[in-house]
Design a protein around this ligand. Structure first.
Ligand SMILES: Cc1ncc(COP(=O)(O)O)c(C=O)c1O
Length: 386
């Protein structure tokens, strides 16, 4: 049996852990100066702009929860999102009582678009939240144009998006609010899990709400600033603040983000080039993701989309026999038990259903070698030569 090629290996560097432990050993565990440092210098590591306000959380799930809570949603409000996403996107909004409306994805970009969203907009639509699949930007401009002049917010679930850009802006920093994940499955991580919420405009209601939600729905921030003598419970919130350990680990990891992005992008492009060279062999049976013009990617995921479930099964078997770990991805939320309870859709979901049954993610990680990647490519090409 040849050496195993795993799907993913979390990004690690010995300096990250040693510097984190060193930092922690000189500080008290409750000294959250590190979160202030992280807030100050976060953007410098990977983009030229800052979000208007940034909240570091224990996961992107928590950042989504904060985002949803801050909107004061009613149960007549509707939130449009892809069905082809992680349950975290839907959970955050469904638990506020708002209705989740699932939009179809484009088979080429794997993202929702103005075409798939337009028929779902009603007077009840409060927000649209695209995800940026694999760190590949959704067409935010055309969605923005669609909602121009209407009282509808554009939000972003950029869980996959650290190191990716849309028209030069960091993913998550384009819409009204956005979030990014630092789970260990992402390009860099915050000691296993972490997230960040960006509030991108000087919108008093959102900022005030998020300030309270972040601290268990209390006005603790006013207390910290010396603006009141004690703080109390004002609204629904949670224990959302990232731990000092996570924050230190993330700050150290961010020092490598440009390097990690460049390397992952190179692997993404190597896959693309090698497969396009052999396009005549697979064209009838498989397709590849298309990146929109204004996007700069982070090489988070390299998906291939088989035309049938049967051929994906056969390809998975071939990878398995060659000790290569390729993996499927989301189950469509509109077909799930909770998706039917908390959400609905009003259009065909053919893009979602077809992509879900055909999509396979190929191995891609920072410490991958070109030789290992060539083995994946050769195995895939061989599949179409039989
Ligand atoms: C689209 C999307 N949103 C949200 C999340 C949740 O991120 P986290 O694990 O940081 O909570 C994920 C997880 O991978 C995701 O894929």
């Amino acid at each position: 049996m040849p050496k195993k090629i795993p799907f993913h290996i979390p990004f690690e560097h010995p300096q990250i852990l040693s510097r984190t432990l060193e930092w922690m050993s000189t500080k008290s565990i409750d000294d959250d100066a590190i979160l202030k440092d992280l807030n100050e210098i976060y953007s410098e590591f990977h983009c030229s702009e800052r979000a208007y306000k940034t909240y570091f959380t224990q996961s992107a799930t928590q950042a989504l929860e904060m985002m949803a809570l801050s909107l004061n949603l009613k149960n007549t409000d509707e939130i449009i999102m892809p069905s082809y996403t992680y349950a975290a996107t839907a959970n955050a909004f469904a638990r506020t009582g708002a209705k989740v409306i699932f939009a179809d994805i484009e088979k080429e970009t794997l993202n929702i678009s103005s075409r798939t969203v337009a028929p779902l907009i009603t007077n009840h639509t409060k927000a649209i939240i695209p995800i940026h699949y694999g760190g590949c930007a959704a067409d935010l401009q055309s969605i923005s144009r669609l909602i121009e002049g209407r009282n509808i917010l554009l939000l972003e679930d950029a869980a996959h998006g650290i190191g990716s850009f849309y028209k030069g802006k960091s993913l998550g920093m384009v819409g009204e609010m956005g979030c990014v994940s630092f789970h260990h499955t992402k390009n860099i991580h915050a000691a296993g899990a972490g997230g960040v919420l960006y509030v991108n405009r000087d919108q008093e209601e959102h900022i005030n709400n998020c300030d309270m939600i972040y601290f268990q729905g209390t006005n603790r921030l006013d207390y910290i600033k010396g603006e009141c003598s004690k703080y109390s419970w004002q609204t629904l919130g949670g224990e959302y603040q990232m731990s000092n350990y996570q924050a230190t680990y993330l700050l150290e990891s961010l020092k490598y983000i440009r390097n990690v992005t460049d390397k992952r992008k190179k692997f993404f492009e190597r896959y693309m080039e090698a497969l396009l060279f052999h396009k005549n062999k697979w064209d009838a049976q498989m397709s590849l993701i298309e990146i929109i013009e204004d996007a700069s990617i982070n090489g988070h995921i390299f998906p291939v989309i088989m035309k049938t479930l049967e051929s994906r099964k056969k390809l998975l078997t071939l990878f398995y026999e060659n000790n290569i770990e390729a993996v499927t991805h989301y189950e469509p939320l509109h077909q799930s038990i909770a998706g039917k309870k908390y959400g609905t859709t009003r259009t065909t979901m053919k893009g979602t259903v077809d992509v879900h049954s055909g999509l396979l993610r190929l191995p891609l990680y920072y410490s991958m070698s070109n030789e290992d990647q060539d083995r994946v490519i050769d195995t895939l090409i061989k599949f179409f030569e039989f």
